[in-house]
Design a protein around this ligand. Structure first.
Ligand code: ZN
Length: 257
């Protein structure tokens, strides 16, 4: 009988859901939580950017504070509470952060200010941007950048958000690095590999698919997979129009870009 390497297994089998880059899109977040309800999930983990761009920062933070076991700081969260300057943000993001900052309730602000940058929960390292210097908000947009970042976590899995583009990158036991060409992966079939997974975005997907994206990991079966969920984009866009968000931010939702 073949003995499987099972470093993904935890003492207690758990099913985790990972959400990220909600960006104050309440309709998307509610739709995702409704979908999570159907998936026998034990714990929901948020990888940051709860606010910025959308019209419901306070409502999204309230929901996440109630439902998520772990919640991490994103760069838009940091900018909204003045932990981070918006000097490297583009003009649309700057306008959105200004509105967000002015409209945060006191308790929302306190919640965001207290969020940590990183959490290590074996077999997972969790971070918004990159395991290397998470407070610098670098992006992983190439295999080279991914290879570099594999040196900065020790667990079998690292889950990130930030680019809004779901991707599974595998470093196998021969040290070969490649993009996994499927939306699910079973760890028993890629033995002794380590994975860097971008879980995609709930509130502003940018992979040409307008549906909300989130991930699930089952520590019993060793399976990771994505879920895509439709939500009422028209309603989200109408709210953004009402608060005068830039047109580009409104239309990009329906295009998923
Ligand atoms: Zn984001």
């Amino acid at each position: 009988m073949q003995v499987l390497s099972a470093s993904w297994r935890t003492d207690k089998f758990m099913r985790y859901a990972f959400i990220s880059d909600i960006h104050a899109n309440l309709e998307a977040l509610e739709a995702v939580f409704a979908d999570i309800e159907t998936q026998n999930v034990n714990e929901v983990i948020c990888l940051g950017d709860i606010v910025g761009y959308g019209a419901n920062p306070n409502e999204c933070v309230e929901l996440i504070s109630k439902r998520c076991a772990i919640s991490l700081l994103g760069n838009h969260d940091a900018a909204a509470v003045d932990i981070l300057s918006t000097q490297h943000f583009n003009i649309h993001a700057k306008i959105a952060i200004e509105w967000t900052s002015e409209n945060l309730k006191k308790e929302t602000r306190s919640y965001l200010e207290a969020l940590p940058l990183k959490n290590v929960k074996p077999p997972m390292t969790l971070v918004h941007a990159t395991p290397y210097e998470p407070n610098m908000w670098y992006y992983i947009t190439s295999l080279e950048e991914a290879a570099f970042n594999f040196q900065f976590f020790d667990t079998q899995l690292c889950l990130v958000g930030h680019t809004h583009i779901p991707i599974i990158i595998v470093l196998d036991k021969e040290k070969e690095l490649y993009v996994h060409q499927d939306t699910s992966i079973r760890l028993s079939t890629v033995q002794e590999s380590r994975l860097l997974i971008n879980i995609g975005s709930v509130g502003q997907p940018r992979d040409r698919n307008s549906k909300s994206c989130y991930g699930i990991f089952d520590s019993d079966t060793g399976e990771y997979f994505y879920r895509r969920v439709s939500y009422n984009i028209d309603k989200t866009q109408a709210k953004m129009k009402k608060i005068k968000m830039p047109e580009f931010l409104i239309t990009r939702l329906e295009d998923g870009r």
